[in-house]
Design a protein around this ligand. Structure first.
Ligand code: PGA
Length: 255
């Protein structure tokens, strides 16, 4: 993959307007690394202000509904995200799959709605510790990729680089326990095979990111690993200081 590394911060349910100062600082850092594509996914409430104030970075949502509008109290559509300045959305994060019972089919519908609204999309996949210990990690993740990615038809008019898959082993999220580089490489290879099976000659336009306890110390080795096109970062994206170190590591990794 020759495209620039994609470093995405997922703020989860963190951040009030006071945290826009961190976004502005991250924006300044991103401006110094033209070869790195930087983005933040803040809570819905901060998207519009962040999109206005941080123009060197992408700004996105952490979820969207699969319909454009309707009787779905509390939900937000991809169209609404685009309307307030978002340019991408994360779908299928393991916290959504677990806390909100999201199935692969729902994630796929959300991803397709996002593309239809003109947003880029990051589709998250990843196995639990029980699944890894049972030797099922690759089969589980392959199934998630097969069933959560938007259809070939849905990507027909979508530009390369607008679709990413984030491999996030559930046991590595927020635990400080990062996956072994060798395991990341083999899982990214397995995911790439499924993406090729789904998309054929469109597959090179799909980036595969790693997520799960990425920090300033481990970012360089993860980002240099074969097949890793970037990182989805939770805890370490909450301050400009820690996120800047990861952006810098991606700048080096890009070489
Ligand atoms: P973490 O979260 O970096 O805090 O492990 C990653 C994620 O859930 O996207």
């Amino acid at each position: 993959m020759s495209s620039s590394p994609y470093i995405v911060g997922n703020w989860k349910m963190n951040g009030t307007r006071a945290m826009l100062a961190e976004a502005r600082a991250i924006n300044r850092v991103a401006g110094r690394y033209a070869g790195v594509q930087v983005a933040l996914a803040p809570p819905f409430t901060l998207i519009q202000a962040m999109a206005d104030e941080a123009q060197a970075i992408g700004v996105g949502g952490q979820d969207c509904h699969w319909q454009a509008k309707g009787a779905h109290t509390g939900d937000i559509s991809a169209t609404m995200l685009a309307d307030c300045g978002a340019d991408f959305v994360i779908v299928g994060h393991s916290e959504r799959r677990k806390d909100h019972g999201e199935s692969d089919a729902m994630v796929k519908a959300k991803a397709e709605a996002a593309l239809a609204a003109g947003l880029g999309v990051i589709v998250c996949v990843g196995e639990t510790l029980e699944e890894r210990d049972a030797g099922q990690a690759e089969a589980i993740v392959a199934g998630q990729v097969d069933n959560s990615l938007p259809s070939l038809e849905a990507i027909a008019t979508v530009a390369d680089g607008r679709i990413s898959v984030a491999y996030e082993p559930v046991w590595a999220i927020g635990t400080g326990r990062v996956a072994e580089v060798a395991d990341v490489i083999s899982m990214h290879k397995a995911i790439r095979e499924r993406v090729v099976a789904a998309y054929g000659d469109r597959a090179p336009g799909v980036r595969i990111l790693y997520g799960g306890s990425v920090n300033a110390e481990n970012a360089s080795s993860l980002l240099a690993a074969d097949g890793v096109g970037g990182a989805l970062v939770g805890g370490a994206s909450l301050t400009a200081e820690s996120f800047a170190a990861i952006i810098a590591a991606a700048g080096v990794a890009e070489g």
